[in-house]
Design a binder for this molecule. Sequence first.
Ligand code: CS2
Length: 502
Amino acid sequence: MSRSAFPTTRLDRTALVSLPTDIARPPYDRDRIRIGIVHFGPGAFHRAHQAAYIDDLLADEPDWAICGVSLHSAGVRDALRPQDGLYTLALLDEQPSLRVIGSIRELLCAPDEPETVLARLADPAVRLATLTITEKGYCLAGDGLDFAHPEIVHDLASPEAPKGAIGYLVAGLRLRRAAGIAPYTVLSCDNLADNGGRLRRAVLQYAERIDADLARWIASEVAFPRSMVDSITPATDDNLRSRVAAQLGVEDAWPVQREPYAQWVVEDLFCNGRPALERVGVTMSGDIDGYDRAKLRLLNAPHSALAYLGSLMGIETVAEAMRDPVLSAFVERLMRRHIVPSLAAPEGFDAPAYVDAILARFRNPAIQHRLSQIAWDGSQKLPVRLLGTLADALAAGRPIDALCLPVAGWMHFVRRQARNGVALVDPLADVLSGIGRAATGDAWHDADAFLGLDAVFAPLSGDPRFAEALRTAYAALGDATPAAVSRALAQATASRPVVGAT
Ligand code: CS2
């Protein structure tokens, strides 16, 4: 590749050669890599996590480059296509470092180019489909598919021209089956317990409505491994954009950032070959159950607790929340005393050390992780992060008062946003804002309105002990001013744990 005669102003393949030497760049010839993975949801998390692992692998295994497919917005494609798919990853530490990632070979926006997406899915060279579409992208209701979901209704009516992830996965598998091409493995990389199992059930339920034979073929031929993904990835901000441009000497329309720590545990269950992920630090495991639960319950649940309680306290970032003595003491106690006891952990799992490491990550002062980002999609996140622990604690007869405080914090947060006319980012935004506007501050009235949300609380809402503890927690937060929240948390932290009957 020859050096461009003119200074390049945008990161792209010609700019690669002239980047400063301290910027790491893809250690392989990008002309020799081939697409083997179709990834749905090439947002910041995917680009900071999976795409970086694959970038480490491509020099040895050039057949596993990624085609990133956005299902809704054209933003990522429009930012990265002019950059030949290249973008910068900033690792945030005391000494931040930058690397340019090259593993995303192609970017598509499904609504604009559905045929190209389907052609990719039908390409025999593609042997793996991966997803980071967030909880709501799965269109689940309870344990199965939500057949009333507008995306599912649409896709079932026109399965050859789908809009959603499930619709595309099944349309691709249908094309492959018809053409006698082996199916791809479908790997969910979202924060859901048993993500592979849930996706498999949803795909099969959907496929059955289209073609029972196809559903049987998927059930017997397609692997849906489970996975656990972990790396704290704050959203891109202007500060990052300008730091990256200053260090690269060229502009990057959409750099991403994350903490240095990353973990990826994948169930070793593939139906059409797989990349040698273990070579690049991925834990391949026969049974990942336990890892995903530990992460959801001990990292994501405390994150959500910080997000709602911290926002009510007027705090903006996770690190700032961890500097608040009352909030951080509450969250630490929540983890050690109330979440760890009901964790069915993997063998050899050192829970106290895991908690220590998470608390240290939360305190990382180099990261500006906004609580408002974590507060998104509470109706989808709380059930998978916190309500399982609550159900287990109830079943074991342990006290649940402290566990109810973050849930009550969410309810007050919804109420405050509604009263201030701030739109919620949540698939249930409309109904939540309605409940928030109608809230009176009376714990019976307000808690019961939230408990009526079956998509969030069933089957727990039927348990009078839960309803009672939730009302008490809601009342304890008072008018949810910073002082009231702080007082309630201090009280919850000071109270001696009650030893419940087992
Ligand atoms: C966070 C997660 O935004 C959120 O809800 O809890 O994105 C979290 O940072 C990641 O799961 C960490 O792996």
